[in-house]
Ligand binder design. Structure first.
Ligand code: MRU
Length: 348
């Protein structure tokens, strides 16, 4: 399976997603601060992968702590959590993973564990978050396969694949699950301006798996749908509000509107760690704005003149009524999402 991120004794290793597909380079982070920087600069990206990276970064940082007393160790731990939380604001998986690490810490403190025992517990928790993410993706793949026709042309946006998770992927997990279930699937990958996750990352991992992939620029999906060449849309998510409104990579909303116009089912695939029941609807989801240079330049080449203003939101929100279903590791949630998401999160 594709190695998105792994923990070694004293480093967190991740494939550098900024360099793909031209080069397969691995970044070795030796400190929690290096992991935080890798998240911020998008060496690693994708909501679940960011959560896993934060957990591993916290465990790594605390493993390297020289504190001998639990009080100093606790102060360092909470500072490290804060640093991770300040990396990217939209993907709720980041905050979910930090919260899990805090809970593990609190359990250890309550049990009166030593600094060394807490370090071991944090390592185990980060590893569990990693392994559970792969298992969730595989479960999503199996559930999602049910909505894929025997022969399907699927459009996806951004990269919600193995690279965006600990492995297998959410939206691409559904595609992999459908293929494993014996279906014939061809994929259309939106290039996904400005960071080009679709053209660079989705196409790279699908081609590597031998899955037929056609890259289109973002402004081609309407014409493609109008020609009847798309049977299904499946995308990932960075944060799903309690009512089902879904934040995902900028451009997703436009794809959802086009899919509705052409009566093409539009599905979201995301683990329960992406569902944020504390945010009632999409208007409360913080949207990250990234540097103007991502828009004005491509691969170092200048496209737009100096002096031009730039708007560069990294995500948009698709209102719940455009979504045919939200595929999770506990099954497919349908409207009304207020009820179905709450039930899924509660374990029902
Ligand atoms: O800015 P990114 O690349 O981290 O954004 C990622 C996306 O929007 C993905 O589509 C989403 O996280 C789903 S990842 C399984």
């Amino acid at each position: 399976m594709l190695p998105t991120i792994a923990r070694e004794e004293d480093v967190v290793v991740m494939i550098d997603q900024r360099k793909l597909p031209a080069a397969e380079v691995y970044v070795r982070c030796k400190t929690a601060a290096e992991v935080a920087r890798a998240i911020k600069t998008m060496v690693i990206r994708g909501a679940p992968a960011i959560g896993v990276a934060a957990a591993m970064g916290i465990a790594l940082g605390m493993r390297k702590s020289t504190a001998t007393g639990t009080q100093k160790f606790a102060a360092e731990f909470y500072k490290t959590c804060e640093m991770m939380a300040a990396t990217r604001p939209t993907a709720v998986n980041l905050f979910w993973a930090i919260e899990r690490m805090k809970q593990a810490f609190a359990t250890a403190a309550k049990a009166g564990e030593s600094v060394d025992q807490i370090k071991d517990r944090l390592d185990r928790e980060a590893e569990a978050i990693h392994d559970e993410d792969v298992a969730s993706c595989r479960a999503m793949g199996a559930f999602g396969a049910e909505v894929v026709p025997a022969e399907a042309r699927i459009l996806t946006h951004c990269n919600a694949g193995a690279l965006a998770t600990a492995g297998y992927g959410t939206a691409l997990g559904v595609i992999r699950g459908a293929i494993e279930a014996g279906k014939r699937v061809a994929v259309f990958a939106d290039e996904t301006r400005p960071f080009l996750q679709g053209a660079r990352l989705t196409a790279w991992e699908l081609v590597r798996d031998g899955i037929e992939t056609t890259v289109i620029t973002d402004n081609m999906s309407g014409a493609l749908m109008r020609q009847g060449k798309v049977d299904l849309v499946v995308v990932g998510a960075d944060r799903i509000a309690a009512n089902g409104d879904t934040a995902n990579k900028i451009g997703t909303y436009g794809v959802a509107v086009l899919a509705r116009e052409h009566q093409i089912p539009f599905y979201v695939a995301a683990p329960l760690s992406t569902i944020d029941l504390s945010t009632p609807d999409g208007s409360g989801i913080p949207i990250e704005e990234r540097s103007a240079k991502e828009v004005t330049h491509v691969g170092g080449a200048q496209l737009a003149p100096e002096g031009a203003l730039v708007w560069n939101p990294a995500f948009d929100v698709t209102p719940h009524h455009f979504i045919a279903g939200i595929i999770t590791e506990r099954g497919i949630c349908r409207a009304p999402y207020g009820e179905s998401l709450r039930r899924a999160v509660a374990g029902g």
